[in-house]
Ligand binder design. Sequence first.
Ligand SMILES: [Zn+2]
Length: 344
Amino acid sequence: MRVFYSEDHKLRDAKTELHGGLLVTPFEGPFRAEWILEAVQKAGFTDVVAPENHGLETALKVHDAGYLTFLETCWDRWVAAGFEGEVIPTAFPYRRARQRVPNHIDGAVGYYANSVETSLTKGTYAAAISSMNVAISGADRLHAGNRFAFSLCRPPGHHAGIDLYGGYCFINNAAVAAQRLRDRGAGRIAILDVDFHHGNGTQDIFYRRGDVFFASLHGDPADAFPYFLGYADETGEGEGKGCNANYPMQSGTPWDVWSAALADALGRIKAFGAEAIVLSLGVDTFEQDPISFFKLKSPDFLGMGRMIAESGLPVLTVMEGGYGVPDIGLNVANVLLGLEGREA
Ligand SMILES: [Zn+2]
C-alpha cells in the first residue's frame, strides 16, 4: 500500500509538555514519525509519497472556522502579547462560566484547549496542515480504487474536536479524511479508533451525525486521559443516535480481551453498512508504552490488521499515538502487514 508522509511534520517540535507538575520534553516529537517511517520501509512499504495541498475546504466541514483561524494566528498573537514561553493556557470556560471567545490571546487559548499538556509552538499550525494533507491524500487514494493506504500523520488528530485542541492534536485528520470520502461520494463511513486513548475529538465531531459511525477502544476514562468522554453509555444524539460505540477497558487489558472488543466493533461497523473504514491507529496499546496501561505485544498488531482486513472493506490507516520506544515502528508495520495478509 502507498504511504503518505510529509517532512513538514518536523515543524512541530515543542520543547515543553506539562507532565506531573514539571515542564518535560514532550512524549510526542518528530522522532516518532521517523521511527515509524523507517520501520514501515524496512517492512517493504517503500512507496512513500508526499501529499498534495488540499486547502481548508474539507476541514471547514468538521471544524469551526473561528477555531482554525485561532490555530493559524495563535503563535503570532502570543508573541505579540509579550509572552516568551510556548503557548499554555491558564484559564478555562469552566462550569457555569460564559462560553465566549475572549479578545486576549491568553483567554482565547483557554477557550479552545481541552487539556494543557500540549504546548502550542511556532510551527504547529504548518505541521498540522501538512498532517491534514497527508490524511486527505490517503482518502483520495482509496477513492481512486485502492483498498489500502497509510497516512503517516504527525501531529496526530483524534483529540481535536469541533473547536478544541489538546492531547497533541490540532486538526482531526481522521475526521477530515472521513469527510473527504463522504464528499467524494461514499454513503457511509466508519472511523475505528484503536489508539489507547479515547478519541474524544472524533466523537465530538460526529456525535450528532448519522453518516459516520465512530467506534473507539480505549482505557476507561475513569482512569485514563482524556477522562471526560469515552464511557460506554455515550451512543450518539439526534441523527447520530446509535452511531457511536465506546469500549472502555481496564488497566492491564491483554490481547484476548481487547480483540473481543475489536470483533464486536467490527460487527457494529458491518451492521451500520460502512463503505470504508478510517482506522485511527495508535499503537500506545503496546505493553511498553510509557503513558498507557494495556498489554498488547508486537505480534498482536499483526492480528489486529488481519481482523480489520476480514471486514472486506477498504481501509485508510491514519497515524495517531504511540510513544516511548522505537518498537512503535515495528508495531505499525505489523498492522499494515496484517491488513495485507502478509507475515512479519
Ligand atoms: Zn493515544
